[in-house]
Design a protein around this ligand. Structure first.
Ligand code: COA
Length: 260
């Protein structure tokens, strides 16, 4: 399906998805949400896209939030349905068995901060700003923000952001653990590409299983999460790649993983 609000390109095994509404700072309106749903479904079914990068068009914004223009006149039920739809989309993105990296090239506010947090890793340009300003609009975050933010940066810092609606700069986001790395704007593309390449060089099934162990385990009691980890660890021994990885180590040569 051709997209009107997303630009897609494949680069060295990674699918770059650019939210492309720069005149509205890439705000997530209903069309963007629908197209992202399709793009995520396509990714789940496409083995050629081995990593995913999400970014925003232009130099100013990653995504400046849900489209506030679509909030006027929403009923409580419609608001809840909108939140559930956004949550399902971001959960599907987070559940992809391949690495998803946010290349945060400017404002990541509201739904944009939530989109970045649903990605597995975040690289920010030094001009990025993060925030959950919903309380300034009489709202609260509805696309997982009240849940992912404290999980990523801890309750005190998350509540400071949620309750004030204020923004933090890239350096603070890095110090607080909200982003993995901060680079100059001109270096963002290269830094994200390098990170994706490093992940694509290790065993693909190991990547998928690490993602699953962390994602599911964080919502389980430790003992259950460890059982799940052990089951996934065991499954690794049924792969060609564990033989290749261990043989390559012992033979002092680079491993050639097949993802089998
Ligand atoms: N929804 C709808 N439109 C948005 C938007 C959003 N979340 N964020 C920005 N825009 C639009 C602006 O209305 C403006 O459109 P216009 O040119 O047709 O008037 C355009 O994008 C540019 O934004 P502008 O506010 O003029 O840029 P700025 O540099 O002065 O400010 C921000 C940038 C990000 C600080 C400001 O746009 C902002 O606060 N946006 C809303 C952030 C927010 O509350 N997000 C959470 C939503 S739940």
């Amino acid at each position: 399906m051709p997209f009107e609000n997303l630009l897609l390109r494949d680069e060295d095994g990674a699918r770059w998805i650019t939210v492309n509404r720069p005149a509205k700072l890439n705000a997530l309106n209903a069309s963007v949400i629908a197209e992202l749903e399709q793009a995520v479904a396509d990714l789940a079914a496409d083995p050629s896209a081995r990593a995913v990068v999400i970014t925003g068009a232009g130099e100013k914004a990653f995504v400046a939030g849900a489209d506030i223009g679509e909030f006027a006149g929403l009923s409580a039920d419609a608001g809840q349905a909108l939140a559930r739809r956004g949550q399902r989309l971001f959960d599907a993105l987070a559940a992809l068995p391949k690495p998803v990296i946010a290349a945060v090239n400017g404002f990541a506010l509201g739904g944009g901060c939530e989109l970045a947090m649903a990605c597995h890793l975040r690289v920010a340009s030094s001009n990025a700003r993060f925030g959950q300003p919903e309380a300034k609009l009489g709202l609260i975050p509805g696309y997982g923000g009240t849940q992912r933010l404290p999980r990523l940066i801890g309750m005190g810092r998350a509540l400071e952001m949620l309750l004030t609606g204020g923004t933090i700069d890239a350096a603070t986001a890095h110090a607080w653990g909200l982003v993995n790395k901060v680079v100059e704007p001109g270096e963002l593309h290269g830094a994200v590409q390098k990170l994706a390449e490093e992940i694509l060089a290790v065993a693909p099934l190991s990547v998928a299983r690490c993602l699953e162990a962390v994602r599911l385990g964080l919502n389980l009691p430790l003992e259950q999460a460890e059982r799940h980890e052990a089951a996934l660890f065991g499954l690794c021994f049924a792969t060609d790649d564990v033989r290749e990885g261990t043989s390559a180590f012992l033979e002092k040569r680079p491993a050639r993983f097949t993802g089998k």
